[in-house]
Ligand binder design. Structure first.
Ligand SMILES: [Fe+2]
Ligand SMILES: [Fe+2]
Length: 471
């Protein structure tokens, strides 16, 4: 069951050959997807051989093969994690009952909305990143970008499969719409805000894969706990692929910080920009911006939708089945910091209504672990600088903290103070122009752009000089 049928037009492990109707519908969508890829996928390099991994099994360990492939020839397909025997609903009102193999009528609309929203982020990120290859700081980075892009394309396939297989005509319409919206487009934007932000420099790309893809990890984690078993199985396999995207972000920022530290020490005035690099403070500003945008994606702190999703079993908490022993979340409260007359207070919120915040806090703890690793490296580099995450109230545009300004420590501040300080905390136009000016392509195998340190290891045990993209 875990091995994948590569003979079919659409590689899959869902026995597509025995469901002609579904197969035909997906085979109709496939050329539309390829057209979208040609229009909105990476600009240039489509005819080049790229050292990509392709999923060949859903077994943990040894699930992928690496080979030089032209991106349009990538074998996008439909892969679900194996069915877990006797799996029960992890959380909510029906915890402990058998999971659903079909969509219950009363949850059809909510599930459809969840799947469409998740599906929309996948092509959106490809669109956001489509110009980046032209300024890749090394061949390996270019390869990593393409790897992330083809897998986001596969994640779109994952969601489109669910729409086609379980939502009939509506699902087919949704699948078409997923190829019609465009990141940043005024008339037909992508659904979520962070996925309409431009991603035009590599520091942004690393922040995006570190922070925004990590939001994806937690959303997928919550959906992996879904009572709707095909959704859970789909998300579990997506998480396997997602891990690489996060490591691209984490190690990318680590390399920028390492190089910033080296250049800071090299300069008589400790000014990395004077040495033609990105300075540590600028990296901090990018972190502030993308961390804030990414935590907005979890939804409002107090949310009746999140309560409904949890109680009906559509979503669980992070590792609901494995890490929690009490699965109803009833008669429990979350102490939510709230603004009361301009000051911070605390309100007891029924736990089910605070599920967005519970997931967000798990995400923040995950980010903190990475920041700690970066800071250990900075300490070893012997520079007097540590990076930090801004408070989760800082620079929010969604949720209960959106109507008020906060400093990076999370203290409420006046609009005047915000206006006086925001250029110290967030990227300015000058910062963006400066970072952009450093984005020059480096395409000789093993060579790096000046502003970034070499990676500590290559891909799939290949060396630094390997031809990750054959130009
Ligand atoms: Fe994804
Ligand atoms: Fe991703």
């Amino acid at each position: 069951m875990a091995s994948i049928d590569y003979q079919s037009l659409i590689p899959n492990n869902v026995d597509l050959d025995n469901d002609r109707r579904l197969q035909r519908a997906l085979e109709k969508w496939q050329p539309a997807f390829l057209d979208w890829w040609k229009d909105m996928g990476p600009e240039g390099y489509q005819a080049k051989d790229v050292y990509l991994r392709t999923a060949v099994s859903t077994e943990p360990g040894g699930w992928a093969v690496f080979d030089h492939v032209k991106m349009p020839d990538y074998r996008w397909g439909i892969f679900l994690a194996d069915r877990e025997k006797d799996r029960v609903i992890p959380g909510g009102d029906h915890a402990g009952k058998p999971v659903w193999q079909e969509v219950p009528g009363e949850h059809r609309n909510a599930l459809r909305r969840i799947i469409v929203t998740q599906g929309d982020t996948e092509p959106a990120s490809v669109e956001q990143q489509r110009l980046l290859a032209k300024t890749a700081p090394s061949l390996m980075d270019m390869r990593n970008l393409f790897q992330v892009n083809v897998e986001e394309g596969r994640h779109l396939w994952a969601m489109v499969y669910l729409l086609h297989a379980y939502f009939g005509r509506d699902g087919r319409d949704d699948a078409e719409e997923l190829l019609a919206r465009r990141s940043g487009d005024e008339d037909k934007p992508r659904i979520l805000d962070a996925f309409n932000q431009p991603c035009s420099d590599w520091l942004t790309f690393f922040c995006f894969t570190m922070f925004t893809d990590r939001d994806g990890k937690y959303q997928l984690g919550a959906l992996a706990e879904s009572a709707f078993d095909p959704l859970s199985r789909t998300c579990r396999f997506m998480l396997t692929e997602e891990a690489h995207h996060l490591s691209v972000g984490e190690s990318g920022i680590e390399r920028v910080l390492r190089r910033a530290a080296e250049l800071t020490k090299l300069d008589p005035n400790g000014d990395a920009r004077n040495q033609g690099g990105i300075d540590l403070q600028t990296v901090q500003k990018w972190i502030n911006y993308w961390f804030s945008y990414s935590i907005d994606l979890f939804g409002s702190e107090i949310s009746s939708n999140s309560a409904d999703y949890f109680s009906s079993g559509l979503k669980g908490r992070w590792r609901e089945a494995a890490d929690h022993s009490e699965h109803s979340a009833m008669n429990q409260f979350y102490q939510m910091p709230v603004v009361q007359n301009g000051k911070m207070g605390v309100e007891d919120i029924p736990l089910r209504n605070a599920m967005n915040e519970v997931l967000r806090q798990d995400y923040i703890a995950d980010c903190q672990r990475v920041v700690k690793r970066w800071n250990r490296m900075l300490k070893k580099q012997d520079v007097d600088f540590q990076v930090s995450l801004p408070h989760n109230r800082f620079f929010r545009r969604q949720g209960i903290y959106a109507g008020q300004e906060f400093n990076p420590q999370g203290e409420p501040i006046s609009d005047d103070e915000w206006n006086a300080k925001k250029n110290e905390w967030l990227p300015t136009d000058e910062d963006r122009a400066y970072v952009k000016s450093l984005m020059v392509p480096v395409t000789e195998p093993g060579k790096m752009a000046h502003w970034i340190a070499a990676p500590l290891r290559g891909i799939n045990r290949q060396g630094p000089d390997f031809e990750y993209v054959r130009l």
